[in-house]
Design a protein around this ligand. Structure first.
Ligand SMILES: [Fe+2]
Length: 283
């Protein structure tokens, strides 16, 4: 029987946890941890009431500092970053990252030049069938991680799976194949969230992409999906058999909400997700 729990507040920092059984109990992986951050906005200067936390680049490095302070048993194998990296500030940080990082493009990486720079910075990831691609997957300890590209051309805030700036053609067919791959456990991550009711709404995938995606997720039941883009406190909801996480930014959030990232433990009975807060605007 499915079990889902939320833990509330610990030590003044918002902490949420959800525990759910994977869509299929078969193929349980070795336990491991990973983390998810969103919207580091590394080009941003100090501001938003968090001048003491430095620039967007400094705030992303705070994520790694918090990861480094975790007990050995909680150390993640890698960090996913769900878009809006701001490449001018982000790419120079790569040599300082203390663990593997996998990223997706956000609407702030929507120029042809940025996509090329991103593919060149992560050549092992941004590959499909041996050729450069804007979307990719990898398998870690038996779990398939699927990094979709939902940011088209021109930086607009409504997302899409199909654009002149998402190469190669055929991402929807690819995603159908990825979510039907043999691994029992799958995790999806991308920048722009699906609209949960399939509505035409700002800051989400377009209406038809949302409806197609939601139906695909209901049919294929990945264990979790992680989105960025919203700059709001992390929220979660259930889409068929999948836990959807809308992850707060680790740089700034609307209405002065704190910044942070997610820690995920992959156990035999499901994912345990908790939030780690890295800062907040001055009161
Ligand atoms: Fe965005």
């Amino acid at each position: 029987m499915r079990r889902r729990e939320f833990l509330s507040t610990v030590g003044g920092a918002a902490v949420a946890a959800a525990i759910g059984q994977p869509a299929s109990a078969a193929g349980a992986a070795d336990p491991f941890c990973f983390c998810v951050a969103a919207d580091p906005h590394c080009n941003d200067g100090p501001g938003k009431g968090m001048e003491d936390l430095g620039t967007g680049a400094d705030r992303l490095m705070r994520v790694f500092e918090h990861i480094g302070a975790l007990p050995a048993d909680d150390r993640p194998d890698f960090l996913l970053i769900a878009g809006d990296l701001h490449l001018k500030g982000f790419l120079p940080l790569l040599p300082r990252f203390p663990l593997p990082v996998h990223v997706t493009a956000g609407n702030h990486e929507s120029s042809v030049e940025d996509r090329k720079a991103l593919r060149e910075a992560f050549p092992q990831d941004f590959v499909r069938d041996g050729k450069p691609a804007d979307y990719y997957s990898f398998v870690h300890k038996g779990v398939r991680f699927v990094g979709a590209c939902t940011a088209g051309l021109g930086g607009e805030h409504i997302g899409t799976f199909t654009s002149e700036n998402i190469q190669p053609r055929g991402q929807c067919e690819w995603l159908e194949g990825e979510l039907s791959a043999p691994e029992a456990r799958k995790v999806l991550f991308t920048h722009i969230p699906s609209e949960r009711e399939g509505a035409d709404r700002e800051m989400h995938l377009g209406r038809n992409d949302s409806r197609w995606f939601n139906d695909l997720v209901r049919r294929t039941r990945p264990e979790a999906a992680f989105f960025g883009h919203l700059h709001r406190p992390t929220s979660t909801y259930r889409l068929g058999g999948t836990d959807v996480w809308q992850v707060r930014s680790c740089c700034w959030n609307f209405n002065g909400a704190p910044i942070g990232f997610l820690h995920v433990r992959v156990g035999p009975s499901g994912l345990a997700v908790r939030e780690i807060i890295t800062g907040a605007p001055r009161g």
